[in-house]
Design a protein around this ligand. Sequence first.
Ligand SMILES: [Zn+2]
Length: 163
Amino acid sequence: MKIDVNLISTTGIYTLLLFLSKEVTLTIGKLGKQRFPMGYYTYTGSALGKGASSLKHRIARHLRKEKRKFWHIDYLLADENVSVEAVIIAETNENMECKTNQHIKTIMGAKVPVKGFGASDCRKNCESHLLYFPEIENADCLVQKLVTHLQSSSGILSVYVVH
Ligand SMILES: [Zn+2]
């Protein structure tokens, strides 16, 4: 995947679209050992700060394999069988992370793979900010649906997909 992170504006929300090429069992920090079936996943987060908390730094960090593991998603992204297929970015100052995640949860047969994943700070009962899509074979439709949803949501300045 090629992405010029410098093009990303200072703040916003993002969804990583991941593909796991085979089933794996991984230790996810304090969540312990968890099984992840093969297939497509989304992970939705926000970066609404400056500097290291800016959106471009956050995306660059997610795409870097070598790093100290801090967030739950770091453990999953570190696995050699995981690839980032797309990053869908919405430039906004509004914290729409949970709202967006909850929308994704209602589409295309989304399932919660691991309760509490990426949701330590979540106050909106998302259960998980990682979602699994057992029914889809191709990610294009999921990306399209997500872009359409974000474009029609309030507070969004622009949405783009980087592959
Ligand atoms: Zn949430």
